[in-house]
Design a protein around this ligand. Structure first.
Ligand SMILES: [Zn+2]
Ligand SMILES: [Zn+2]
Length: 98
């Protein structure tokens, strides 16, 4: 799927959410078909990717998971993603619980 890299925000209040994959990191791995990346997906960040962050965009319907670091997962401002980041739907009915 090809969507904009710009204008993403963390979705608040997702820390208690779970899915069949065990973690959102595993959810991303299971549904992206790609290897977990070394680095965080947020543009300008070189930290290790440690978790799957829930992100949203005013111009894109739905919620997505991307590999991110702890500090980017806490950003309250908008951020851009690096190029070529695979967005995995956070909608369980479309992914791991269909
Ligand atoms: Zn899942
Ligand atoms: Zn980061």
């Amino acid at each position: 799927m090809s969507v904009t890299n710009k204008g993403w925000k963390n979705k608040n209040g997702t820390s208690n959410r779970t899915c069949n994959c065990g973690s959102w990191k595993n959810h991303w791995i299971n549904n992206s078909g790609e290897k977990w990346p070394d680095r965080c997906s947020i543009l300008g960040c070189n930290n290790s990717a440690t978790l799957g962050a829930h992100i949203i965009n005013n111009n894109v319907p739905g919620e997505y998971i991307v590999p991110a670091c702890d500090s980017c997962n806490k950003l309250s401002s908008e951020f851009d993603l690096k190029g070529g980041i695979k967005l995995v739907s956070a909608n369980k009915q479309k992914t791991c619980e269909q």
